[in-house]
Design a protein around this ligand. Structure first.
Ligand code: ADP
Ligand code: MG
Length: 328
C-alpha cells in the first residue's frame, strides 16, 4: 500500500461529521469554523515507539492511546474536542497494522464525536503526532495558573495503575490475571476525563492532566500559580489492583500515563463540586498552601517526595533513542 492508498482509506472511515468542519481530508488544508463566543483550544502530542509505548504494543491500542492523550490535554483545559489531524511516520508494508491502528483511532473518535480532518504520512521510525482542536466558552478555560492558598486539591479516578501496567508488560511485576488485565488496560487505553472537565469549568481554579506523575504535574500547577501544597498520601485513590502492590504509594505519586485530572477548588465550592461530579469519580488529596513546594504527609509524618517526571533529551532517557543519534 502506498501513501495515497492509506489516505484514501482514512477518508472512507466513518468519522463523525461536524457542522464546524467545512472541508476535511483531501485538499491542501482543512477548513473549520469557530462559533461566536468560543475560543479555539489546540494541543499537539507525539508518541514515539519505544519511548511512549513498548514497540510490541497492539496497533489498536497505539491508535487509541495517541488520541486519548490528546483528548486528555483538552480535558485539562475544560475544552470540548472537535477535530484532530494525524501526522503518521511508520515503516513501509504495515497494512494490517495500519488497519488496526485506524480502528483504535476511530473507536475513540466516535465515542467523543470528533473527526479526523487531515494530516501527513511519511516513512520512518514509528512516530505518531496528533494535533487536537476544540472549543471552550471564551474566558472559561481551566489554566494551571489559578490555584490559590486554601484551595482543596482533587484528582479524578485512581492513580498509579498505568505505572503498574508498564511494570507488568516489562515483566518486572507478576500480578493475578484480572489485576494484570486491569492495569495494562489502564496503560494502553487511558480514559480522557472530558465530562468531568466540563463540570469543572466554573468551579476549578486550576487543572492539569496527570501524564508524568502526580508529583511532577501538580508541581506544574504549584510553580505556575506561585503556591505550595500539602498532600495526605493516605488519601491517594488506589485501585484494588494497585493496593495489593507493595510500592503502591510511590507509583501513585510518581508514575506517569494515568491521564487523570488534578484540579483545585476553593473550599467554599466543595459542596457545589459534590453536586457536579459523581461521588466515586474524584478524591480530595490535600490543600494549597503559601509555603512553596510539595509536601507529602503520612498522618503527621512528613515523607520524602519521590522523583517523578520523564524528561526527553535527559541522559537517563537516552537508551530508547540510542540508535537515533544524528551528527552533532
Ligand atoms: P500535501 O502534499 O498538499 O501536503 P498530502 O499529499 O500530504 O498533501 O495530503 C493529502 C491530503 O491527505 C491532505 O488533505 C492531508 O491533510 C491528508 N492526509 C495526509 N496524510 C494524512 C493522515 N495521516 N491522516 C489524515 N489525513 C492525511
Ligand atoms: Mg503533506
Amino acid at each position: 500500500m502506498k501513501e495515497f492508498d492509506f489516505i484514501a482509506q482514512l477518508q472512507q472511515q466513518p468519522f463523525p461529521q461536524l457542522p464546524e468542519i467545512a472541508l476535511g481530508i483531501g485538499d491542501d488544508a482543512a477548513l473549520c469554523t469557530v462559533p461566536a463566543g468560543m475560543q479555539l483550544v489546540t494541543s499537539v502530542d507525539t508518541l514515539v515507539s519505544g519511548v511512549h509505548f513498548p514497540s510490541e504494543t497492539a496497533a489498536f491500542d497505539i491508535g487509541y492511546k495517541a488520541l486519548a492523550v490528546n483528548l486528555s490535554d483538552l480535558a485539562a483545559m475544560g475544552a470540548t474536542p472537535k477535530w484532530f489531524t494525524l501526522a503518521l511516520t511508520c515503516p513501509p508494508n504495515m497494512e494490517p497494522w495500519l488497519a488496526e491502528f485506524t480502528q483504535g483511532l476511530l473507536t475513540l473518535a466516535t465515542q467523543h464525536h470528533i473527526s479526523l480532518i487531515g494530516g501527513d504520512t511519511t516513512a520512518g521510525h514509528l512516530t505518531i503526532t496528533i494535533q487536537i482542536c476544540g472549543f471552550v466558552p471564551t474566558g472559561q478555560a481551566l489554566l494551571r495558573s489559578g490555584a490559590r492558598v486554601g484551595d482543596e486539591i482533587y484528582v479524578t479516578g485512581t492513580l498509579g495503575d498505568a505505572g503498574l501496567g508498564l511494570l507488568c508488560v516489562q515483566n518486572k511485576v507478576a500480578l493475578p490475571q484480572k489485576a494484570r488485565e486491569f492495569v495494562i488496560n489502564r496503560l494502553n487505553r487511558p480514559t480522557p476525563r472530558l465530562s468531568e472537565s466540563v463540570a469543572l469549568r466554573n468551579l476549578a481554579t486550576s487543572a492539569i492532566d496527570i501524564s508524568d506523575g502526580l508529583v511532577a504535574d501538580l508541581g506544574h500547577i504549584l510553580t505556575t500559580s506561585g503556591v505550595g501544597a500539602e498532600i495526605q498520601v493516605k488519601r491517594l485513590p488506589l485501585s484494588p489492583a494497585l493496593r495489593e502492590y507493595e510500592d503502591a504509594i510511590n507509583l501513585a505519586l510518581s508514575a506517569g500515563d494515568d491521564y487523570e485530572l488534578c484540579f483545585t477548588v476553593p473550599q467554599q465550592k466543595s459542596v457545589e463540586l459534590s453536586h457536579m461530579l459523581p461521588e466515586d469519580s474524584y478524591t480530595k488529596i490535600g490543600m494549597i498552601t503559601a509555603t512553596p513546594g510539595l509536601h507529602c504527609f503520612l498522618h503527621d509524618q512528613k515523607i520524602k517526595v519521590p522523583k517523578s517526571g520523564y524528561q526527553h533529551w535527559a541522559p537517563e532517557a537516552a537508551t530508547a533513542t540510542k540508535d537515533l543519534n544524528l551528527t552533532r
